[in-house]
Design a protein around this ligand. Sequence first.
Ligand code: HAM
Length: 403
Amino acid sequence: MVKSLRGMNDILSEDYERFTYFINTATDVAQRYGFHFIETPLLEETALFKRSVGESSDIVGKEMYQFIDKGKNDVCLRPEGTAGVVRAFIQKKLDKAGGIHRFFYHGSMFRYERPQKGRLRQFHQFGVESFGIDSVYEDANMIMMVADILRECGIGYRLQINSLGDNNCMPEYRDNLVKFVTECKDEVCEDCIRRLDINPIRVLDCKNEKCQTLYTNAPKLINNLCEACETDFTKLKKILDDNEINYEIDTNLVRGLDYYSKTAFEFVSDDIGSQSAIAGGGRYDRLVEFLDGRPTPAVGFAMGIERLMELIQMPQDIKSGYYIGAMDEETVDLVVQLAHKKRHTDKVTIDYKAKNFKNHIKGADKVNAKYFVLIGSNEIESGKIVVKNVEDKSENTINIKDF
Ligand code: HAM
């Protein structure tokens, strides 16, 4: 039997309902916050991800779906959405235009990870990226958006925040950290030795238990912030407090991608097992310039849709649309015609086979139809049909031609 690849799932039936419900809800929230849809290609030059997500990240180091295409280009299936959106932003010269640009997107991402519950090789993200705002209010805005989306989907969460500092305070902190890790170099894992050379603060994100224990005594980012970063972080906490969004400060939260500075945040759920991160993001003020654009402040987040689908509380079954059934074979054609017309405005379910009342009711129930219409020879003769409202049991007799 032909099977899908490991870590790559089909989404259909009830899962698809949850999937589209989430995307519709998140889209609605993003539009209320003034974000516009952007679609970028699934395939990009490998160099884009190496330069943005970063050589020290597991994503670039181990997980890329990378290959040489027929034109001998080194390409890669996108492992995340930010890099492509930043590339598009620069390519369309929006960095030169200045002003505020806010985008949202959703789609497949690819990471060659070891599949397990909540961890796939092809998964879906809903993400947003905001360009041109150098204010911590926008960082808080991102967090409030995630909180709104989760609330509307009935999903509980814990929010973790941290500040990674900026070009002023990060280098000194990095030196202190390198000194600390070098002193215990014999005890840390190989990945951390590699990170030490490329992006030392990523050691704090190491999943190795021995390293984690060692790093509890490491210098803390948060105690090394410069005045500007400190002020922003204090302000962020105040805005979250004012808006009644609970948070925890996680001093080791550095995120798995290299492009962040200042605010970093993650939303986690305690109800889905070990892969508990349901959303993550932060500020990345240096990335546009790093990819050869004009320096532009930016901040964003992405949410993992498969993980959220486990948690979504769907609204109670809401009845909607019409079910039209034929009582005898001669009326099937008319049922098709009426459905065709009615579908200009409403959802309509029909059956191409004539059935008795009981079986049609079952059919209407299955699709949660709000209105129920049966057509037999009597209806054809009188030119009238009865439209039943299944919810409040009311009935309305109307001319077929007015339906
Ligand atoms: P990320 O933390 O790598 O951030 O991914 C965001 C979310 O995608 C995670 O919190 C998780 O829910 C989901 N996710 C990641 N990997 C997998 C996987 N293998 N299987 C299932 N779900 C997964 C980013 O991707 C950044 N681009 C977010 C961002 C946008 N930062 C600024 N703007």
